[in-house]
Structures are given as C-alpha cells and as structure tokens.
Ligand binder design. Structure first.
Ligand code: SF4
Ligand code: SF4
Ligand code: FES
Length: 227
C-alpha cells in the first residue's frame, strides 16, 4: 500500500509554516518514526510533486515509547512517533498528517523546544530539600507517576495549559507529587503539595483529555486525589 505522509514544516524559528507530502511504502508494523527515518535516508529526498526537499528535522531517542522526545501531532492527536503505527492511522484514508506539537516554539520542522515543561516543574516546586527517603521508593503511586517522560502530549490537549498561563499542567503535578512522596522534611513536603494544589489541582477542570492521550498511561485522577 502506498501512503502519503504530509508534514507541516518550518525552515527555522519564526519561519512561515508550509506543508510538504512524501510517498512511502511501509512494511507491516511500520511507525511514523520508521517513515521519517526512511525518508531521511533517501538521497536525494523528493516530494510527491517531484521537487527536491530538505531532509526532515525531528527528534528521535529510544524508539520504544520511553523517552518522549519524538512526540508530535499525528492525524490531529499528540503521540510519540515511535508508537504511531501507520496501519492504524490509515484505516479510513491513505494520508497521514504529521505536525509539531503546537504549544511549544518550533525549532525546525517537527522539533520543538519543550523547556516550558521544565519551567512548570520549577513553578510547581517539584524538587527535594535533601536526599530522597529510601523507604518510600517502592510506593506504587510513585512508580506510576515516575513513568512520565515529559513528552508534552498532555500539555498539547489540555485546554488550561498555556505557555504563559498560571496552570502548571498534569506533568508538573505528577512531578510535584513525585517530589512530595520522596521528601523527608515534613514542612517542605507540605509546601510542595500546597503549591501543586494552588497552581495545579484547583485550576484543573477535570476534563481528563490529558489522561486520554498520555502514552505512559498515567491517570491524572490519581494525582489530583493525592495533592
Ligand atoms: S503525563 Fe503523560 S502525556 Fe504528560 S508529559 Fe508525562 S508522559 Fe507525557
Ligand atoms: S484533567 Fe483536563 S484540565 Fe486537568 S490537567 Fe487534564 S486536560 Fe488539563
Ligand atoms: S523515541 Fe523515545 S518515545 Fe519515541
């Protein structure tokens, strides 16, 4: 089966976006990550109109849905490219649309700058005052929220997450809870939780779109209940 990969591209920061399409012939179980790698291996790379194209900038890391760096918007939904199977994306049509996450500054093509997620983590006060409490590291909740890979998919879909807004968002709430669960000093633990409630829990409208797209399957409901 021939599939068209349509990519929303930018040549650099603050450059105008444009769409460019490429034809691929995916094998069984091919992912969008596979497709981007295959396109970039072509010399020269030519689009569907026969025009020479610049190779595609995108972030690739673990290729097993663990590091989160390959998150992008695929057929309108944020997800890691390495777990986006082309056969699932082409049930109704043979075109797959690929765009960068929209709430982060685009560096080039599909590469975005997700520094805002780390800034939100700092705003949440998600850090320890000293060494972590070892006896707490087997806590089931801690293991669950530790799966967060800061991919940004939740930030993309959450109606309340805005780069300059007051809401810290689900990833920072998980981070704050993670810090609170490991913090040994009771006063600092209380401070983290109060901060996460005021800048997170109280501003969350509980639509749960973040939970629906989280590739790590972390339930925000559990974190909200623990703040
Ligand atoms: S909570 Fe889930 S969707 Fe959000 S950054 Fe972490 S892994 Fe990604
Ligand atoms: S439940 Fe809704 S408002 Fe709350 S963090 Fe998730 S997407 Fe955002
Ligand atoms: S490359 Fe690590 S999640 Fe996709």
């Amino acid at each position: 089966m021939n599939v068209i990969i349509q990519i929303l591209r930018r040549d650099g920061r603050d450059q105008e976006p444009y769409r460019q399409s490429f034809e691929i012939h995916p094998p069984l179980a091919a992912t969008v990550s596979w497709a981007l790698g295959e396109l970039n291996a072509r010399l020269p790379l030519v689009d569907v109109d026969g025009k020479a194209a610049r190779h595609i900038a995108w972030n690739c890391g673990c290729r097993q849905k663990t590091c989160g760096v390959c998150a992008m918007v695929i057929n309108g939904r944020p997800m890691p490219a390495c777990s986006a199977f082309i056969e699932d994306l082409t049930v109704r049509k043979n075109t797959v649309s690929v765009e960068p996450l929209s709430k982060f500054p685009v560096v080039r093509d599909l590469v975005v700058d997700t520094t805002i997620l780390e800034e939100k983590m700092l705003e949440a006060g998600a850090f320890l005052s000293g060494a972590p409490g070892i006896e707490r590291t087997r806590d089931g909740r801690l293991m669950e929220i530790s799966r967060c890979m800061l991919c940004g998919c939740c930030f993309e879909v959450c109606p309340n997450c805005l780069p300059n807004g007051p809401f810290i968002g689900p990833a920072a709430m998980h981070g704050a809870l993670r810090a609170a669960l490991q913090e040994q000093a009771a006063s600092h633990r209380k401070r983290i939780l109060r901060n996460a409630r005021e800048k997170g829990g109280w501003l969350c409208s509980r639509a749960l779109s973040c939970q629906a797209v989280c590739p790590a399957g972390i339930p925000v409901t559990g974190t909200l209940a623990s703040l």
